[in-house]
Design a protein around this ligand. Structure first.
Ligand code: SF4
Ligand code: SF4
Length: 211
């Protein structure tokens, strides 16, 4: 039997020890964990919805920005990590800017995205999740991201090119790349950043893999 505050969509599927750890037996565990890891005072949110109203793509999100914050307060971890919102978010920070209580909504969503990327949960937006991983791989390799190399690496991931040819976006992106090349706005390569070691260190520290 769950605590009265439980994730209604996942209570059956995830009725496991792991789920109880986050939303039941230990009450605010998930909320405290997120607040501790991000330094964001999620508890300050009073659901005014200004973040959602400011978000340029909230209409496409399955869980709106103000709901993201509410679900964190409630400890609905699985529902959050399974959402499309964490992959669709543009990190534009409009939500954060407009929050009257200085709740950094964009940082919370970014943190949830990283948690989802490290979890075994199948991402709802698979192609965006693959893009996210590819972007980080490229960043770690050279300390900066060259658009041409990024897209080449992305297309080489399983199923991506096939899916893009099928839905017609490959042709559009190829035409865009040709236009950018002609205008000299797309470089085929770029030297490594001089700060590559510092960037790698910051990345692995953020992941908790080194101290
Ligand atoms: S704008 Fe701030 S206080 Fe209002 S709902 Fe969003 S996070 Fe909560
Ligand atoms: S950071 Fe994400 S959630 Fe916030 S306004 Fe931008 S797209 Fe919306």
């Amino acid at each position: 039997m769950h605590n009265s505050i439980s994730d209604p969509e996942t209570a059956t599927e995830y009725d496991s020890c792991e789920q109880r750890e986050f939303i039941g037996d230990r009450g605010d565990y998930f909320l405290n964990r997120i607040q501790g890891e991000t330094g964001v005072n999620v508890s300050a949110c009073y659901q005014c919805e200004r973040c959602t109203n400011a978000c340029p793509i909230s209409g496409f999100m399955d869980i709106k920005p103000h709901q993201i914050i509410r679900y964190v307060q409630l400890g609905w971890r699985i529902r959050l990590l399974k959402s499309s919102t964490i992959w669709l978010c543009l990190s534009c920070e409009m939500c954060t800017t407009y929050c009257p209580n200085e709740v950094d909504v964009a940082e919370i969503i970014n943190h949830l995205r990283m948690m989802a990327a490290r979890s075994s949960i199948t991402p709802k937006e698979k192609s965006l999740a693959v893009f996210h991983h590819t972007f980080l791989e490229e960043l770690i390799k050279s300390g900066r991201v060259n658009e041409f190399r990024l897209m080449r690496a992305y297309y080489s991931k399983p199923d991506i090119l096939h899916a893009k040819i099928k839905n017609g976006t490959f042709k559009q992106e190829l035409q865009l790349a040709m236009t950018l090349l002609r205008k000299g706005r797309l470089k085929l390569s770029a030297p490594k950043s001089k700060a590559v070691k510092e960037i790698q260190k910051a990345y692995f520290q953020t992941r908790g893999e080194i101290s």
